[in-house]
Design a protein around this ligand. Structure first.
Ligand SMILES: Cc1cc2nc3c(=O)[nH]c(=O)nc-3n(C[C@H](O)[C@H](O)[C@H](O)COP(=O)(O)OP(=O)(O)OC[C@H]3O[C@@H](n4cnc5c(N)ncnc54)[C@H](O)[C@@H]3O)c2cc1C
Length: 372
């Protein structure tokens, strides 16, 4: 492989979005993707674009999340036209259903906070909720409705980004597992894989939950796997499509399936679906849609969110190695944040001033974990 301007480690949704964004800027880009790990997050994901429903009051990531969601809306038709891949964008809103007094009070508080920020969400009553989704548990007290939130199909989005990147010259080396980073004179010079060394002008670490395992990193990278278990049922017959969260999990329609998730477990790289995890997700699914209590589970799987200590991604330059970049730690929201992460990395690699982005990068800066 001839030396690319940038070598991206990891070909999940983040690596694919970053590589495409850099190639759009005219850089030569290669992606190394091992693809062999069990529990790759992009393959396991629900694919929700839910910056409002996922937020908590005062959430520093909400602006970046909304940008990510809105970029997906722009990208969906552009990618379909360019690549022929339909990313399955669903834009009819996300519900956060309240079953207890506490959940109702939290949801109403979140609606008030959204409105103070000029964002679009509303509280709908139990009657309005049942009118919208007749199969939802009638014990629900009402719901937060974020009408502009939605979802897409993560694997279709990944394929579209990879095809679009390839058309712009991105080279994907599948089956290549990066082992370590080579640093000379305080600059990265390449990546050592199991079979060879790939030279590179710059490197972006986008290896999801595995990012911190690379040898030779200038400092420890605080990314750890957070297991999420998922179940798929047949979508209840006659029930309108919806995405419904509760405090404990969610159910969303994808094709003819009801996808239910998910656990948040710190168990290392154990990608098993466990009886306990399955029970917990099944209970949540049946709480939201009682019909699912009697439905057969068609499939189950688990994946690793790349988690960080404060739950925010790590996006930006290494503080001391100027041609080493991080695009990792996207936790629960990597599908939502993929395109905006590509945009941020391309902007920073170009050397444009970060205020030109009109995004506050402090909450996602790699520097926040390291004292000098
Ligand atoms: C159960 C579950 C549900 C989720 N639901 C949502 C959701 O609804 N909405 C949302 O926005 N987000 C969701 N997420 C989070 C989202 O899926 C992740 O944040 C996102 O997929 C992370 O993408 P990534 O590219 O960083 O990592 P991954 O998708 O894990 O990709 C990492 C890639 O790096 C490769 N790799 C690893 N090590 C190496 C190496 N040494 N050398 C080369 N390649 C390597 C792997 O093979 C893999 O292809 C969910 C996650 C899970 C697990």
């Amino acid at each position: 492989m001839t030396q690319p301007d940038v070598l991206v480690v990891g070909g999940g949704i983040i690596g694919a979005a970053v590589a495409r964004a850099l190639a759009l800027d005219g850089l030569t880009v290669s992606v190394l993707d091992s693809g062999r790990e069990a529990g790759i997050a992009t393959q396991a994901s629900g694919g929700m674009l839910a910056p409002l429903a996922e937020a908590h009051e005062g959430d520093p990531l909400i602006g970046i999340g909304i940008r990510g969601r809105d970029l997906c809306r722009q990208l969906a038709p552009a990618l379909a036209e360019e690549t022929g891949v339909d990313i399955g964008l669903w834009q009819d809103g996300v519900l956060k259903v309240a079953f207890t007094e506490e959940e109702e009070s939290q949801a109403r508080g979140l609606v008030a906070w959204h409105r103070q920020q000029g964002l679009n969400s509303e509280w709908i009553t139990a009657g309005e909720l049942l009118h919208r989704c007749s199969g939802i548990n009638p014990e629900a007290r009402g719901a937060l409705l974020a009408p502009e939130d939605g979802a897409l199909e993560p694997l279709a989005f990944l394929e579209a980004l990879l095809v679009s990147g390839a058309r712009r010259g991105v080279r994907l080396a599948r089956g290549e597992r990066a082992v370590g980073i080579e640093i000379r004179d305080r600059r990265v010079s390449g990546i050592r894989t199991e079979s060879q060394t790939f030279p590179a002008g710059a490197i972006v670490i986008a290896a999801g939950a595995w990012s911190g395992r690379l040898e030779g990193l200038p400092r420890p990278l605080s990314v750890e796997p957070v297991r999420g278990q998922m179940l798929a049922y047949p979508w209840p017959e006659g029930e309108p499509s919806a995405i419904a969260y509760t405090g404990r999990g969610y159910v969303l329609r994808r094709g003819n399936e009801a996808i239910a998730g998910s656990t948040m477990e710190y168990v290392g790289f154990d990608a098993a679906v466990t009886p306990d995890g399955r029970d917990r997700v099944a209970r949540t699914a049946a709480t939201v849609y009682p019909a699912l209590a009697h439905a057969a589970i068609q499939r189950s799987w688990a994946g690793f969110r790349p988690g960080t200590p404060d739950g925010q991604p790590i996006v930006g330059a290494d503080p001391e190695v100027p041609n080493l970049w991080y695009a990792t730690g996207h936790g629960r929201n990597g599908i939502l944040l993929a395109s905006v992460t590509g945009e941020i990395i391309a902007h920073l690699v170009r050397g444009d001033p970060s205020d030109g982005l009109e995004i506050d990068l402090a909450p996602i800066s790699p520097n926040r974990f390291w004292n000098f």
